[in-house]
Design a protein around this ligand. Structure first.
Ligand code: PMP
Length: 303
């Protein structure tokens, strides 16, 4: 449990960071949030926050779609986050959750004419999908929210009912994670992570027009794969049956990091073991986020 939260403009004991049952965002899902990771660096004896400005920039964009005003610039938010982490004094990997929300108390579904609230809290956080050896996944019967129904590229609290439905459906059927298709039947992403296929030595991933969240890990993977491993990424539509014949499949996201998929809908991916491309990207990704790669050190904000 965290001891503190940033709430109503200051760092307060977590018990004081409370909202009413009448809060608009609790009733209508009118919030926008981020998920940011900080990695404990044992050599430097401090936390390194991964791509924090990019997360806060995305949060400002999500909030702009929801007509929420965050009372801070990205730079200020980074400083507040470091202050909060310092106060918590964590010495292990940590997950940071900033949340902006419609804070007015009352009935009425809308976005305009409401007060905004903002908070940040941080919790210790290890792996998200436990399986080191690779995840067994299934295609969910729930389709990914279409951008014409709700903004898929914004991290909006209410939209996460879509993720929760697909995740619980497949976990209750005995799988580790869900793959979600678009309304037209093409692959969009996992329940809360982006997806990559490996085909003939190239990475293939759905494009931003496929109702994906434009993931920061996705962008990181594309950059390090190209620049450091010489592996090109093709952004294009992916058929369901392509999942069954891909050489390799993996998920990526702040929470999941880089996680191999070894089975889709009861069919082994490749030889049913973590593939060589996934392994290379995963290993490099972990070095990058932990601040071990000099060229990407600027992505890691020291606390
Ligand atoms: N898609 C969804 C629906 C997500 O919730 C996340 C996690 N934020 C991602 C993709 C991956 O995004 P990122 O790499 O920026 O964490």
């Amino acid at each position: 449990m965290p001891q503190y939260a940033y709430f109503k403009g200051e760092i307060v004991p977590i018990e004081q960071a409370k909202v009413s049952v009448m809060t608009h965002a609790l009733n209508y899902g009118t919030g926008a949030f981020e998920g940011i990771r900080a990695y404990w660096n044992d050599k430097e004896k401090r936390l390194l926050v991964f791509r924090m400005p990019e997360h806060y920039d995305r949060m400002h964009k999500s909030c702009s779609i929801l007509k929420i005003k965050i009372p801070h610039t990205t730079e200020e938010l980074c400083d507040i986050t470091c202050e909060l982490l310092t106060k918590e004094g964590y010495t292990e990997d940590t997950y940071i959750r900033p949340l902006a929300y419609k804070a007015s108390e009352g009935i009425g579904v809308k976005l305009h004419g409401l007060e905004d609230g903002f908070c940040i809290f941080a919790v210790p956080f290890g792996r998200y999908i436990e399986k080191e050896e690779g995840a067994r996944v299934a295609v969910s019967s729930w389709r990914r929210i279409d951008d014409n129904a709700a903004p898929a590229r914004a991290k909006v609290t209410g939209i996460y009912i879509n993720s929760a439905l697909s995740k619980t459906e497949v976990v209750e059927r005995g799988f580790d994670e869900a793959i979600v298709l678009n309304h037209d039947g093409h692959v969009s992403e996992g329940s809360a992570e982006n997806i990559f296929l490996v085909r003939k030595g190239k990475l293939v991933t759905p494009s931003p027009a496929d109702n994906i969240l434009e993931g920061i890990t996705r962008a990181t993977v594309m950059q390090i794969a190209e620049d450091d491993l010489g592996i090109e990424t093709v952004e294009r539509r992916i058929d369901r049956s392509e999942l069954y014949i891909a050489d390799e499949v993996f998920f990526c996201g702040t929470g999941v990091q880089v996680a191999a998929v070894i089975e889709v809908d009861g069919r082994p991916v490749g030889n049913g073991k973590i593939g060589p491309v996934t392994e290379k990207i995963r290993d490099l990704y972990f070095d990058v986020v932990k601040g071990k790669v000099a060229k990407y050190k600027s992505w890691c904000t020291p606390v």
